[in-house]
Design a protein around this ligand. Structure first.
Ligand code: 5AD
Length: 363
């Protein structure tokens, strides 16, 4: 369905309870009729918190000297992937701080091949390893990864620039261009934004949803912004919406997105769970259909603190799995065991908006 920017803004801010509940009900109905009532699971492997970026909101930014940096070895990655495979998760996501050196990029290629091999091609692999060149995206795609997550963080350039350092490492245009590269390299393309950022308006959020639709995203992950003490953006904590409001805005963003893009995969993100232990389940009831259970070993989880109070620190993969299963069961939400849960959209070309000036992935 098409919604105008004005409709979206109104539904994001309305205090009319009736209007709010019909939005959520309409979204849930849409999801069930287009994609069914199940959620798909993607086991999350947090490979490393080493990062060349210095994003002003992120706890693992390179200038944060208070974090202990780690990198999982191949054996740990393989054992997490095996856990996911045996648990019936269907897919894994390898997420990492951003690095561009050859040692890193070749390691990802090797790990992707290994995971494909050990699962006889059956585990789906999503990568979330930041901005790379077209050639690297292509190499990883050929190794067997078929989905990629790269959030745009905000589709409003002026807001993007307020939350990132002003240097060539943090270019809005290059980030957009990467979404085009990913499409050209043959991935299912996932992006997303943070919700409740300082300086962000409901109009900015409406533009984000219209941006996702315009570029034909296959997957979206949106979560509330959570202030982190060891980051520069913490200075603006007093201008933030209360966390409960950020949760509510995220739920409404998910509902509106499901109505705008009925067939795509929408994640109920971990950041929702920080605000409300049942935050992800609420998101599923509002239109989300993907959950990414963390599989990182309990001894390492504390270090991948993009935001504070990350849930499940100290838990291991088995406990995370059984907690999630019982929460979902309590809400009557089914699980698509052993399924990739992709939807075949036409692979809409990303268009001119997602082109790095002077570079063409296909050239
Ligand atoms: N609060 C919420 N989300 C955050 N991310 C990074 N820092 C924060 C934060 N403080 C999100 C970004 C990034 C993803 C991996 O985590 O959107 O793309």
């Amino acid at each position: 369905m098409n919604l105008s920017k004005e409709d979206i803004v109104r539904l994001l801010v309305t205090e009319d309870e009736g209007e709010r509940s019909s939005l959520i009900a309409e979204s849930y109905r849409t999801k069930v009729s287009r994609r069914g009532d199940k959620v798909y699971l993607r086991g999350l492997i947090e490979l490393s918190n080493r990062c060349r970026k210095d994003c002003l909101y992120c706890g693992i930014r390179s200038s944060n000297k208070a974090v202990e940096r780690y990198e999982l070895d191949d054996e740990a990655v393989v054992s997490e992937a095996m856990f996911a495979f045996r648990a019936g998760y269907g897919s894994v996501v390898i997420q990492s701080g951003e690095r561009n050196d050859r040692a890193f990029t070749s390691r990802i290629t090797r790990l992707v091949r290994k995971i494909k091999e050990l699962s006889d091609g059956r585990l789906g692999i999503t990568l979330s390893c930041g901005e790379q060149s077209y050639d690297i995206y292509k190499e990883w795609r050929e190794a067997g990864a078929h989905r990629y997550l790269l959030r745009i963080e905000s589709s409003t350039k002026s807001l993007y620039e307020k939350i990132h350092p002003a240097d060539s490492r943090h270019s809005f245009e290059y980030r957009l261009g990467c979404l085009g590269f990913l499409r050209d390299a043959g991935y299912k393309v996932g992006t997303g934004v943070m919700i409740g950022l300082p300086f962000q308006t409901p109009e900015n959020l409406a533009d984000d949803l219209l941006f996702f639709k315009r570029i034909g995203a296959d997957m979206i992950g949106m979560g509330p912004y959570l202030e982190h003490r060891q980051t520069p953006l913490y200075a603006y904590k007093d201008m933030l919406l209360p966390k409960s409001r950020r949760l509510e805005l995220t739920i409404r963003m998910i509902a509106l997105l499901r109505i705008l893009m009925p067939d795509i995969n929408i994640a109920a993100t971990t950041a929702l769970q920080v605000i409300d232990p049942m935050g992800r389940e609420k998101a599923v009831m509002a239109g989300a259909n993907v959950i990414m259970p963390n599989m990182t070993d309990s001894s390492k989880r504390g270090n991948y603190q993009i935001y504070e109070n990350k849930p499940g620190v100290g838990e291991d993969a088995e406990i995370t799995k059984s907690n999630l299963e019982s929460n979902l069961a309590a809400c009557g939400i089914g699980i698509g065991w052993n399924e990739w849960g992709d939807f075949d959209t036409a692979g809409v070309p990303a268009g001119r908006e997602c082109r790095v000036p002077g570079q063409d992935g296909n050239a």
